[in-house]
Design a protein around this ligand. Structure first.
Ligand SMILES: Nc1nc2c(ncn2[C@@H]2O[C@H](COP(=O)(O)OP(=O)(O)OP(=O)(O)O)[C@@H](O)[C@H]2O)c(=O)[nH]1
Ligand SMILES: [Mg+2]
Ligand SMILES: [Zn+2]
Length: 302
């Protein structure tokens, strides 16, 4: 029976159903029962982006028999009495972290959390600040200045008036990317603007009462007409980490990393201890105080 198995890529998961792309055709699949046995720790054993082997039941319908090893796994900790791992997307190599210049105004602590999740999963992060048309005086570079100083790539865009879209397109070309970030920042709008054929659902303009609902309701992987794949995700209000080590947190803080282990006391909590190298760096203007707070909140200290 093994010789009948086909290989494909999971595009989307809705409930018990998975859409798998096999040689240019979409096959709607269920999971073989034994794949579900890992349910205790995982929300679902298969995610968008997974490479799978499936058996065809009839044209367009199949059963996923096997999930191939992942090259990458962007996960979060799903809320609940028992923490569960939720893989948002598998096998991407780049995370475009989208925040808005306004409406909603970017929460930089949240941005840092996305950076930790992305770099911790081994993905190359790119920060995209969208809705730049809503602020006066051009892209708000000053507010985000610490990020390019850390070496993170940044793109300032407006899905509305087209600014920065050519650069975003080049960023996505021939890569496997995930677009993540809070709800309502324009992730789906950006994809529609650079690849109009996609026609992803976006929030109605003027829908100001939109609260607690996501316009994009499931994660879907789409092929870009100019080369590459991208996963559009529903905005996350919270991003709980799944098994992120202090080292992985530090990996998203290249501005702070050089000062680690240099405090006078190895037990330094980086509060008011004498000889704290991190506090000294903040006082000298070498480290941003907000970034240090963010780093400590995430348990970046070894
Ligand atoms: N002014 C302005 N509005 C924008 C821009 N991009 C998106 N919007 C609007 O912002 C709202 C949210 O856009 P979406 O693309 O649905 O946002 P999303 O990030 O995909 O949201 P979720 O799917 O809920 O995670 C819509 O009303 C868009 O028209 C922009 O660059 N400028
Ligand atoms: Mg969306
Ligand atoms: Zn210290």
């Amino acid at each position: 029976m093994q010789h009948n198995l086909l290989e494909g890529t999971v595009l989307e998961n809705r409930g018990a159903l998975f859409e798998v792309l096999v040689q240019g055709h979409v096959v709607r699949c269920l999971l073989r029962g034994r794949l579900k046995k890992d349910k205790r720790r995982q929300v679902a054993p298969v995610a968008a982006g997974d490479r799978v082997k499936l058996s065809l039941l009839e044209p367009g319908r199949g059963i996923i028999e096997e999930v191939l090893p992942r090259a990458s796994d962007l996960s979060r900790s799903a809320a609940g009495s028992v923490p569960l791992q939720q893989t948002l997307v598998a096998n991407v190599d780049q995370a475009v972290i989208v925040f808005a210049a306004a409406e909603p105004r970017a929460d930089l602590f949240m941005l840092d959390r996305f950076l930790v999740a992305a770099t911790g999963a081994g993905l190359e992060p790119v920060i995209c600040v969208n809705k730049c048309d809503l602020v006066d005086g051009g892209p708000p570079r000053a507010r985000f200045a610490v990020y390019p100083q850390c070496g993170f790539r940044m793109v300032f865009t407006s899905a509305e008036c087209g600014d920065g879209l050519a650069e975003l397109k080049e960023t996505l070309r021939d890569r496997r990317s995930v677009l993540c970030g809070p709800s309502g920042v324009g992730k789906s709008s950006l994809l529609n603007a650079i690849a109009p054929g996609l026609q992803l659902r976006t929030r109605e303009t003027g829908d100001v009462t939109h609260k607690g609902r996501h316009t994009t309701s499931s994660i879907s992987l789409v092929e870009l007409p100019f080369g590459g794949w991208v996963a559009d995700t529903p905005g996350l209000r919270q991003l709980g980490f799944w098994e992120v080590s202090p080292d992985q947190v530090a990996g998203a803080f290249p501005d702070i990393e050089p000062y680690l282990g240099r405090c006078r006391f190895s037990s330094c909590a980086h509060g008011d201890e004498p000889g704290c190298a991190l506090k000294a760096a903040v006082n000298a203007g070498d480290v941003d105080a907000r970034r240090l707070k963010s780093f400590l909140q995430m348990g970046g200290c070894r």
